[in-house]
Ligand binder design. Structure first.
Ligand code: NAD
Length: 365
């Protein structure tokens, strides 16, 4: 389905756009420009076999149009895999607005962007991402209905993300320890923000021994006092004698340095892009006997929450759907072990297989 085309480097230089699209089989790109408002944006629709392409809009000071193009192509493809592995009837898309989120925002810019989103007639559904606030999205929604995650709608996705992360962590424990109970297990939660704190709550109810770190001292103190979690230093997190490492703050924390230090047997957290170099560190984790729960499958609660809004389903439905992440992660880990292939690769394969299978279902009888 996503067969990588054999594109010569010269092709990429001479034909940077369509050649880039065909590399990972992107369906459509929409380039948006408006001189009045200064809007410069790219909307990428990677794949709509399963349903409309859903993914957030990011505003960033890209150094060049090529950098923005690469980012939107990569992120939209990632959304296809995330939505597919989560069993949702959604495809993958993403949008980037090129510009400084501190100085370039205006009602007119976001409404103009909303017009472009609307011109895709529901093929792309947008939401908040890095650099975008609820106010910005409220402006977008004045020009299009194809927006999710607005204030007063499905609300904060973090409880659903935390529930899915917790359930997936238990699935890893089932394989690694023979039981999915986390009682007495030493769990390090790095970052106790929106998702991390809800995760700590689940872990504390189950009787895990919890260690936390965060750069924000007042949050750290409050969470520690509320749940009886032990505070550890920002760098110390990698050296603690622990069973489970749960990154819930930053990406790329699974790297050469940390892997030489981590003593855990499971890595399961909500942060995006945990493996610094996917093919290197995904394999290295496996070689060390650590079970890594692929981040995009584990933290799918956020997109499940958006899907509930798209379909008019309740927050109870979303929390229930997040329970299914247990089975998804268990299947990924079991298959990874039987095929001796890193979990992140198995998760990608499973996402592609679902798109292939459902694509066939959609063929005319
Ligand atoms: P957040 O900003 O609310 O929380 C992140 C926390 O990490 C903050 O408390 C921050 O102070 C802390 N932090 C930052 N740098 C740190 C460091 N070096 N060491 C320790 N702590 C540090 O974000 P969130 O919504 O809780 O999301 C956490 C992660 O999960 C992010 O990577 C996010 O992209 C990902 N994620 C979140 C959701 C969601 O529903 N919120 C969904 C999918 C993925």
């Amino acid at each position: 389905m996503f067969e990588v085309k054999n594109i010569e480097e010269t092709d990429l230089a001479q034909n940077p756009v369509i050649a880039q699209m065909s590399k990972y089989n992107h369906e459509q790109l929409l380039f948006c420009n408006d001189n009045e408002t200064g809007l410069k944006a790219i909307i990428a629709v990677h794949n709509t076999v399963l349903g409309p392409a859903l993914g957030g809009t990011r505003m960033w000071t890209y150094k060049s149009e090529m950098e923005a193009l690469n980012d939107v192509l990569r992120l939209s493809r990632g959304m296809t895999y995330k939505n597919s592995i989560s069993g949702l009837n959604l495809g993958g898309g993403k949008a980037v607005i090129i510009g400084d989120a501190r100085s370039m925002k205006s009602e007119a810019l976001f409404r103009r962007f909303g017009k472009f989103v609307n011109s895709l007639a529901g093929k792309y559904i947008t939401a908040e991402d890095v650099g975008i606030s609820p106010i910005d999205m409220a402006w977008v929604s004045m020009e299009t209905d194809h927006v999710v995650g607005l204030p007063g709608k499905s609300g904060d996705p973090s409880p659903v993300t935390a529930k899915g992360t917790y359930m997936g962590m238990k699935a890893c424990a089932k394989v690694q320890f023979g039981s999915d109970s986390l009682s007495g297990k030493k769990v390090v939660v790095q970052g106790v923000g929106h998702v991390g704190e809800y995760l700590v709550e689940y872990l504390s109810k189950e009787g895990a021994e919890i260690f936390i770190s965060d750069i924000h001292e007042p949050t750290l103190k409050r969470v520690s006092e509320t749940y009886g979690a032990k505070v550890v230093g920002l760098d110390e997190v990698y050296d603690i004698d622990m069973d489970i490492y749960a990154p819930c703050a930053l990406g790329a924390t699974v790297n050469d340095d940390t892997l030489s230090r981590l003593k855990c047997s499971i890595i399961a957290g909500a942060a995006n892009n945990q493996l610094k170099v996917e093919n290197v560190h995904g394999q290295a984790v496996m070689d060390k006997g650590i079970i890594y729960a692929p981040d995009f499958a584990l933290n799918a609660g956020g997109v499940i929450n958006c899907y509930a809004e798209v379909k008019g389903l309740s927050s109870e439905w979303a929390l229930g759907k997040a329970d299914e992440i247990y089975t998804t992660i268990k299947n990924i880990v079991d298959r990874s072990q039987s095929e001796n292939i890193p979990t992140y690769q198995i998760a990608n394969k499973m996402a592609e297989e679902r798109i292939q299978a459902i694509g066939n279902v959609k063929l005319p009888l």
